[in-house]
Design a protein around this ligand. Structure first.
Ligand code: SAM
Length: 200
């Protein structure tokens, strides 16, 4: 049986060296699939894209190549990245700082891969508030259901970072709603898609 992650996110994976010196595999969603989800909802593709937790820059690079104004942020600088992504860090399109220290994010589409699990509940509310100006937030991360499904598959879900918020899927749906988003779970992407609720 392939590792649970290969079953959950079969569309994009790539290797990278983390600050612990080890080579890890990153599982993600290609921006093309996120863009299709956005276009299905709004009838047009997004013009601007923000990767919160951009890591080595792979997703921002791919989003930029699709023609979007793509940016990102990450709290940590990875020890090695492909030279083609380097420019994104040099020209400031990807900044090294915490989203907690960032201004609100003005972007059509915000992507969070794993990132939301690294906060306390209080911090999570602050982070979601930063995304309120966006049109759609796409978030993927482990839930308690994932931990159980991985265990049933004989796998442990490991990550170099220390996640704090591993919660049931419904907890995430409720938390998005409590913080001013209208969430749904896009099962074909295994992704939470949340649109901010605007007051009339
Ligand atoms: C799983 S990686 C996402 C990689 C990339 N977005 C992708 O999909 O291929 C999650 C990233 O979130 C970053 N992260 C954790 N806490 C953060 C914070 N407070 N602000 C910004 N990024 C953070 C981690 O350093 C990590 O690189």
């Amino acid at each position: 049986m392939p590792h649970y992650y290969y079953q959950k996110y079969p569309y994009l994976n790539y290797n990278y060296r983390d600050t612990d010196g080890f080579i890890w595999t990153m599982f993600s969603i290609p921006p093309e699939m996120l863009v299709a989800e956005f276009a299905n909802t709004f009838g047009r593709p997004p013009k601007t894209f923000f990767d919160c937790g951009a890591a080595t820059g792979v997703i921002v690079w791919r989003a930029e190549r699709m023609g979007m104004d793509a940016r990102g942020i990450d709290i940590k600088k990875y020890p090695y990245q492909c030279s083609c992504y380097d420019e994104l860090f040099k020209n400031g399109k990807i900044q090294i700082k915490s989203i907690l220290d960032s201004e609100p994010i003005i972007a059509d589409l915000v992507f969070c891969n794993g990132t939301l699990t690294y906060f306390t509940e209080d911090e999570l509310a602050q982070v979601l508030d930063k995304f309120r100006p966006c049109k759609m937030l796409c978030a993927i991360h482990n839930t308690t259901e994932d931990v159980d499904a991985a265990k049933a598959n004989g796998d442990e879900l490991t990550t170099c970072n220390k996640p704090r918020l591993i919660r049931p899927r419904q907890w995430w749906m409720d938390t998005f709603a409590q913080n001013g988003f209208s969430p749904r779970y896009a099962a074909h992407l295994q992704c939470f898609c949340a649109t901010p609720v605007r007051s009339a």
